[in-house]
Ligand binder design. Structure first.
Ligand SMILES: [Zn+2]
Ligand SMILES: [Zn+2]
Length: 373
C-alpha cells in the first residue's frame, strides 16, 4: 500500500514538473510549408537556440510576401523540385537584434537590420571575385532552409544589413526585392535611354522609379492588370498599357520608330519576352529577371543575333554593392517605395495576403508581426 501511494506521488510530481516546463517553454509563431501540398500553415515552434558566435538573433517586425513565396504556397513544379518540407517560408524582412554571438562586434542589441537571403560560401571562385550572387553553394533562406516568417530568427552576421535610421521599417522589409530591381535596372544602362519594362509586379513597378532616378529618358510599361497599370503611371511611366498592338504602336511612336534601347523583362512570359525583343532597337540591351515557368522558345537569330542585342541574366543582388545603391534610393525616394507597399496586414492574416497576390490586386504585401511595430 505504501509503495502504491509512493508511486502515485512520484507520478503526480513528474506530471506537475512536465506541465511547469511546458508553461515555461517559450513558443513562437512561424508560417511554414508543413508538407508537400498547396498552402502554408501557421504553427507554434520553439524559439531558436542562442545565436552561434557569428550570428545574431533578430525579433522580426515586418516581412514581405514575395513571388517566390507564392510559388511555395501554390506548390508548383519549381517548389516541388526545390523545397524539402517542413520549411519555414519567407526571406524579406526587417527586425531588431535581441542577442549577438560572441564574435559579433559590428552589430549590437536593439539595432534594426534586414538580411540578404542568399547565404554564400565566401571562398569559391565566384565569391572570391566579388560575384557572391553567383556562388554555386548558395543556400536561400526561406527556400533551402528555414526562413524569416517567424517571430525570431538566427542569422549569420555576414548576411545582415544595418538599416539606416532614415528608412522606415515597412520600407526596409523590402530591401531584397528592391535590390533585384536595382540590380536589373543598373545592368541595363538606362541613363539617357528609352526603356521598356515588361511585367509590373512589385519588382517591375519599383524598376520604373529606379530607372527614372538613374536618368532614363522615356519609360514604357506593358502589363495586363489594370490595377498595376495605374500604379505604373503613378510611379512615373510615360506609357503604361496592356499587351497588344496599341501598346506596340505607342512605344514605337514615342521612340521615333526605333523602339526602346533597354528592355527590362520582369514577367517571365514567353509572349512578353518575344514581343519585348521584337520592340527593342538594334544594338539594344535586354536584362532578364522574370522566370518562365517552363522552357520557352525565341527566334535567337532574328530577335537577338541579327539585331546585335546584348542579353543579360539577372540573379539576386550584388553583395553588397546593390544594397548600398538601394539604401541610397530608399533614402531619396521614400514616396516611390511607399507606393509599392500596397498592403500592410497582421502576420496571422497571411492567407489574405496570398489571396491578394493570387488575384494580382496588390504590389507588395507586408505582414506585421507586432501591433505597434
Ligand atoms: Zn523576394
Ligand atoms: Zn561561393
Amino acid at each position: 500500500m505504501r509503495c502504491f501511494i509512493y508511486k502515485i506521488f512520484i507520478f503526480l510530481f513528474v506530471r506537475f514538473d512536465i506541465t511547469l516546463k511546458e508553461n515555461k517553454r517559450c513558443l513562437m509563431r512561424v508560417i511554414c510549408k508543413k508538407e508537400q501540398d498547396v498552402g502554408l500553415a501557421l504553427q507554434k515552434r520553439d524559439l531558436p537556440p542562442p545565436p552561434k558566435d557569428d550570428e545574431v538573433q533578430v525579433r522580426v517586425t515586418h516581412v514581405g510576401i514575395c513571388g517566390t513565396d507564392l510559388h511555395i504556397y501554390n506548390w508548383d513544379d519549381w517548389a516541388k523540385n526545390r523545397l524539402k518540407p517542413p520549411v519555414v517560408a519567407g526571406h524579406e524582412m526587417v527586425g531588431v537584434i535581441v542577442k549577438v554571438g560572441q564574435a559579433v562586434t559590428k552589430y549590437s542589441v536593439g539595432q534594426r537590420v534586414s538580411v540578404e537571403c542568399h547565404k554564400v560560401c565566401g571562398i569559391c571562385r565566384y565569391c572570391r571575385t566579388g560575384r557572391g550572387h553567383l556562388c554555386f553553394k548558395t543556400s536561400i533562406i526561406g527556400v533551402d532552409e528555414d526562413g524569416v516568417f517567424a517571430d525570431y530568427v538566427n542569422l549569420p552576421v555576414s548576411n545582415i544589413w544595418g538599416v539606416d535610421d532614415g528608412i522606415p521599417s515597412h520600407h526596409a522589409a523590402i530591401f531584397d526585392p528592391v535590390g533585384n530591381a536595382m540590380h536589373a535596372v543598373s545592368k541595363a544602362g538606362v541613363a539617357g535611354h528609352s526603356v521598356l519594362i515588361t511585367g509590373a509586379g512589385a519588382i517591375g513597378l519599383i524598376s520604373i522609379a529606379i530607372a527614372r532616378s538613374l536618368g532614363a529618358r522615356h519609360i514604357s510599361v506593358i502589363e495586363p492588370q489594370s490595377y498595376k497599370l495605374s500604379l505604373a503611371k503613378e510611379l512615373g511611366a510615360d506609357i503604361a498599357l496592356p499587351p497588344g498592338q496599341e501598346a506596340n504602336a505607342a512605344i514605337l511612336k514615342a521612340t521615333g520608330g526605333f523602339g526602346p534601347h533597354c528592355l527590362i523583362e520582369m514577367s517571365g512570359h514567353e509572349k512578353a519576352i518575344e514581343n519585348g525583343l521584337d520592340l527593342l532597337q538594334l544594338g539594344g540591351t535586354a536584362v532578364m529577371l522574370g522566370i518562365p515557368s517552363d522552357k520557352i522558345s525565341i527566334d535567337l537569330a532574328q530577335s537577338v543575333i541579327f539585331k546585335g542585342i546584348t542579353m543579360k541574366g539577372i540573379v539576386g543582388r550584388e553583395m553588397f554593392k546593390t544594397w548600398f545603391e538601394v539604401e541610397s534610393f530608399m533614402l531619396k525616394n521614400p514616396d516611390a517605395v511607399e507606393k509599392i507597399v500596397s498592403h500592410i496586414l497582421p502576420f496571422e492574416s497571411y492567407e489574405e495576403g496570398f489571396k491578394l497576390m493570387q488575384q494580382g490586386l496588390c504590389a507588395k504585401v507586408i505582414l506585421k508581426l507586432e501591433e505597434d511595430a
